[in-house]
Design a protein around this ligand. Structure first.
Ligand code: BGC
Length: 748
């Protein structure tokens, strides 16, 4: 054999495995971009493998059809089998934004850490803490073997009755979007995909499976879609869940405007999944841009993305390229967050429960809001002798929100035997007792409890106390809105009666939303603890006793009454959306079928109040401290000629009181036309007593821009802009400056 022949033979011999290796190396090669790896993976997949990725399977045994939990599933909201030959891990998909859930105790005894509700997370005004919160939840998901988390929620709070507001981050798009972005990043730092939801305008739960939200493009882009835009551009979540509702006549999961906007304009590379039961079609949804049908067999009328999709592709109704794109987006996200290279597997190592609970507690301590503190009754002295604790199951735990995001605490939840027993109930308390935490901080005190159901007994206890702490609760949950803002049961009468006992009264609210407080003038202090999470007990006690100086701020404007709201009547509010078919889904006048967002438009929350010159009970951004702050200076630095123009505010803030504390510095911008101001920047600043700091706050220019639908861009019209620091959204400007701009266009 000639040398050349020998060479040829040897190269043929080695080239076969080499080619295979080279191909494989493309998607396994971590030095390549996730895009290149995902592209190579999709190229190597068969059509059936791609189809396998685009439908998930319910993995709890309590669905309407009672399908068995699929083999290989850990037991959770959904499961997609992996593709072993390509190293694609199974998608183990779990709820939710506040912590890893364990519905139906499907994983026996598996408790987890729950963060406080979204109002508290966003109420910290601290994106760094939001990142820590997301990282903790992501770590708990990964530890249990999950690689997709169905959180976080970033629907704008347009109405304080929405049953899911506790899963969301308030009414302001700049605050909500930025906090969500950091939560997403935190989750994804743990190789777990984070799912931003419920895209979009899922602002009410009443008739949520059908309600049609009507909104024009400009208002939509400047409100709810702005929150999603920020969360998606800055956080880059692997997936987004579209909502149950319709928007402008089309279900969100087959609404091409909604699905194409992020993909085409925001550069979004991840995938859209349906909400559970939110799939309605094959061709329309696939062509609109939906990428994955969730728990299809269990909840949708039929499986739209299974055989039906295969058929539609064969008939040319859905291009094959669309299926490739769906599969690409899913594997891209798995690779990008590291779920491909670090496959999640249930760990038998212990997790750092103390560290995780400490994060939840820190969020609570930084986000709980002190609403009223007459004569500085708070903080309580550790030497107080006689404390009466009344109501709210405070001897046992703290309230949590219901539905798919309901976390089970370690050791189990305390479930009420009264009220709604079927899903999204029952009303459940985390076993973190505020009373026990109070006892620990006031060891000399006699601490007594009255449940509050017997008002006379509570009054008798109050009469003999030095201070009375009433815990008032209002549960809320997915699938229904609160019918009104009243505290349920006898709680208003209880507080009124106890207030007459003549002793100092502190009310701690554990609610999913603002509530009416007819007794407000008759009590001394009010603390809004929302749903304070699995370490809520000690967090509340630390605030009451001043171990922690409260620094949380309201993320939702607290109306005086429903009549102040843009939509005072929501027909059917209080009815459960996916319950009895004769109830919420009946097509008659008793239930809302569409909501035209043309009333508040982009003036969600505080901007509505400013626009209509209404004075709410408490505005967005409001919250007291045990110290006082003063803003002394604001200066702007801008670089408007840059490709991405920037304006930064330098704000000097001083702690003028006697206690160390933290302030949420809020910068608001007003456009030349004088339209209601909007939060354009914020930061949380820790200050020792007497200390002063200057903070640099980059301004979100979209907050002072108009979205121009025809031009498809954001524009800051020429003129003078006022940039001011205020202690809350509707307060007077404390320090302000103006900046004159020539017309400025924002491009991506
Ligand atoms: C909720 C989603 C949730 C899903 C899976 C639905 O009821 O709307 O937020 O992720 O269930 O549990």
């Amino acid at each position: 054999m000639k040398l050349s022949q020998l060479f040829l033979l040897s190269s043929i011999l080695v080239s076969v495995p080499c080619v295979a290796h080279a191909e494989e190396a493309i998607w396994k090669d971590t030095s390549l971009s996730p895009e290149a790896r995902a592209k190579a993976l999709v190229k190597a997949m068969t059509q059936d493998e791609k189809l396998q990725l685009v439908v998930s399977h319910y993995a709890i045994d309590n669905g309407p059809k009672h399908l068995p939990v699929p083999k290989g599933a850990l037991g959770s909201a959904a499961y997609v089998p992996g593709i072993d030959r390509l190293g694609i891990p199974a998608q183990q998909i779990t709820d939710a934004g506040l912590g890893v859930t364990n519905p139906n105790n499907i994983r026996p005894g598996d408790g987890a850490t729950s963060l406080p509700s979204g109002q508290v997370i966003a109420g910290t005004f601290d994106p760094k803490l939001a990142y820590e919160a997301g990282k903790m939840t992501g770590a708990e998901a990964f530890h249990r073997g999950f690689n997709v988390l169905l959180g976080g929620g970033v629907v704008l709070v347009r109405d304080p009755r929405n049953g899911r507001n506790f899963e969301y981050l308030g009414e302001d798009p700049i605050l909500a979007g930025n906090v969500a972005a950091q939560e997403v990043k935190g989750v994804q730092s743990q190789h777990v995909i984070s799912t931003v939801k419920h895209y979009a305008f899922n602002n009410i739960e009443t008739n949520r499976l059908k309600v049609d939200m009507k909104v024009n493009e400009k208002d939509g882009r400047e409100s709810d879609l702005l929150a999603f835009e920020i969360a998606m551009k800055k956080g880059d979540p692997g997936s987004v869940m579209c909502g149950y509702n319709k928007v402008n006549g089309d279900y969100t999961c087959e609404n091409s405007y909604l699905l194409q906007l992020p993909k085409k304009e925001w550069g979004y590379k991840g995938y859209f999944m349906t909400d559970w039961g939110g799939g309605h079609s094959t061709v329309k949804a696939a062509n609109a841009g939906l990428d994955q049908e969730s728990a299809a067999e269990e909840f949708d009328k039929e499986v739209y993305f299974g055989k039906a999709l295969k058929k539609a592709i064969a008939k040319g109704e859905v291009p094959e390229s669309r299926l490739n794109d769906m599969a690409y987006r899913i594997v891209y996200s798995l690779i990008k967050v590291g779920a491909y290279d670090h496959p999640a597997a249930k760990s038998d190592q212990p997790e750092d429960v103390a560290a995780h609970e400490a994060i939840s507690q820190k969020v609570a301590e930084n986000g709980i809001v002190l609403l009223q503190n007459k004569q500085n009754i708070l903080p309580l002295a550790a030497t107080v002798k006689n404390i009466a604790i009344i109501g709210g199951h405070a001897n046992e735990g703290v309230l949590s929100g219901g539905g798919s995001s309901q976390v089970t605490a370690r050791g189990g939840n305390i479930k009420l035997k009264t009220g709604l027993q079927k899903w999204p109930g029952p009303e459940s308390y985390f076993p973190s007792s505020p009373m026990k935490a109070i006892e620990a901080l006031a060891p000399e005190a006699k601490v007594q409890f009255a449940a509050g159901d017997n008002i006379q007994q509570a009054v008798d206890l109050a009469k003999n106390a030095d201070v009375v702490i009433v815990f008032a609760t209002k549960w809320s949950a997915e699938a229904f809105d609160n019918a009104d803002l009243n505290l349920p049961g006898n709680q208003d009468q209880l507080i009124e009666a106890v207030a007459k006992a003549g002793k100092p009264v502190v009310v701690v609210l554990e609610t999913g939303n603002p509530v009416n407080m007819p007794w407000l003038n008759n009590v001394d202090a009010v603390v809004a603890a929302w749903f304070p999470g699995t370490s809520g007990g000690p967090a509340i006690a630390n605030i009451l006793f001043g171990k922690v100086n409260p620094s949380g701020r309201l993320t939702t404007t607290w109306p005086k009454s429903l009549s102040q709201l843009p939509y005072p009547v929501i027909k059917g509010a209080g009815k459960i959306a996916n319950g009895d078919p004769n109830d919420a889904t009946k097509e008659d006048d008793s239930i809302i079928s569409s909501l035209n967002l043309d009333v508040d438009k982009a003036n969600v929350g505080y901007r509505w109040f400013e626009d209509k010159k209404l004075t709410p009970l408490y505005p967005f951004g409001y919250g007291l401290s045990y110290t006082t702050f003063k803003y002394t200076k604001i200066a702007l630095h801008s670089n408007l000629a840059a490709k991405i123009p920037t304006i930064t505010a330098e704000v000097t803030v001083e702690n003028t009181g006697k206690k160390d504390g933290a302030d949420a510095v809020q910068v608001y911008g007003t456009m030349p036309d004088g339209s209601p101001s909007r939060l354009v920047g914020f930061d949380k600043v820790e200050l020792k007593a007497g200390e002063s700091k200057t903070v640099s706050i980059p301004l979100a220019l979209q907050g002072i821009a108009n979205y121009e639908p025809k031009a498809h861009h954001w524009e800051l019209p020429a003129g003078s802009y006022t940039i001011a620091v205020k202690p809350d959204a509707l307060a007077n400007e404390v320090v302000k400056t103006t900046i004159h701009l020539n017309q400025l266009t924002l491009t991506d």
